[in-house]
Design a protein around this ligand. Sequence first.
Ligand SMILES: CC1=C(CCC(=O)O)c2cc3nc(cc4[nH]c(cc5[nH]c(cc1n2)c(C)c5CCC(=O)O)c(CCC(=O)O)c4C)C(CCC(=O)O)=C3C
Ligand SMILES: [Fe+2]
Length: 375
Amino acid sequence: MPEHPDTAPYDALLLLSFGGPEGPDDVIPFLENVTRGRGIPRERLKKVGQHYYLFGGVSPINEQNRVLLDALRKDFAEHGVDLPVHWGNRNWAPYLTDTLRRMVLDGHRRIAVLATSAYASYSGCRQYRENLADALATLAAEGLALPRVDKLRHYFNHPGFVRPVIDGVLASLADLPGEVRDGAHLAFTTHSIPIGAADTSGPAPGHGHGGAYVAQHLDVARVVAAAVTEETGVEHPWELVYQSRSGAPGTPWLEPDICDHLESLHGAGAPAVVMVPIGFVSDHMEVLYDLDTEATAKAAELGLPARRSPTVGADPRFAAAVRDLLVERAATERGEPRERCALGALGPGHDLCPIGCCPARAPRPAAAGADSPYA
Ligand SMILES: CC1=C(CCC(=O)O)c2cc3nc(cc4[nH]c(cc5[nH]c(cc1n2)c(C)c5CCC(=O)O)c(CCC(=O)O)c4C)C(CCC(=O)O)=C3C
Ligand SMILES: [Fe+2]
């Protein structure tokens, strides 16, 4: 039964994602887009290129976003949300600037943006906002009237993001051999980032080292582990670990790496492990290579039974969560704030990133925050 929730003042939703190559010839230009000005060593780039070539030069991320788009449109249609959903990427076609230009030419003036990144940090939040600012600057230079873009709040602790993760962990545990199941550790994983970036990822009340990025992941891990215990009656030991480290070897990044962690678990006599990639929204290349290929091979070499639980992907509960975030923000923008869903201890995040949060090494304009140069 369509309920026609009020989504005014918005006239469109923009799904903003990372983008990925769709064939071998795309790999190098894609990596050049990602790493422009980021100081990534050549050796690391060669290695990462190989991850993509192993899968025919195709990242699954674009197809996953097409499926998510379908899920969002279906959810909106079923609930009477009459808002078009468009898609643009930071690093590959369809490029953000091209999508935004088309949206403006189609007459959209007030656009809600959902980024496929659930947490705070420069890479996970401000960099998307910088790309929005760049796109707006390009459109302004072309003489177009700029729309207002609002980024929907971080959703790492939204039940529509967390509950599918819990179900995935339960399914992975059930898939382990019975004799090792109850002793299995849960290894929650996310993208490693430089310690300096983690420490400036926003204030996290009561949390020392790591700032908001680490605190948010720990909050989700706690909720998932507790829900698993509630369901199975078994307390699985858990840890938050990291993957996909990049950058220069001399720069400190968040540790331990998942592969080192598997060795420690094995050394300590853990009978099995479920790897839970809470840091990602879909099973893209960081999951397919770093976990399903590299870490899975490491576990096999150790003789450690391992499973990898799914990311949220296009789960209908996630699509419903996006609608909830959109309706919630629309209400706030109309001056009629309503309940904001969140699990865990941190509570719902801010709508507007505060001035100077998640700073870049070299300051650049960022849209959709308190320090946005755009209205
Ligand atoms: C926090 C975070 C997320 C999660 C939030 C979000 O989802 O946005 C994320 C996602 C992703 N990262 C991705 C790919 C890459 N990330 C790289 C490099 C980097 N990522 C970083 C951080 C993050 N990355 C950082 C600090 C760097 C170092 C360079 C820099 O400081 O900017 C590089 C360069 C090579 C390398 O060094 O690994 C590649 C190819 C893909 C696409 C996968 C696909 O193709 O399926 C996705 C979804
Ligand atoms: Fe990345």
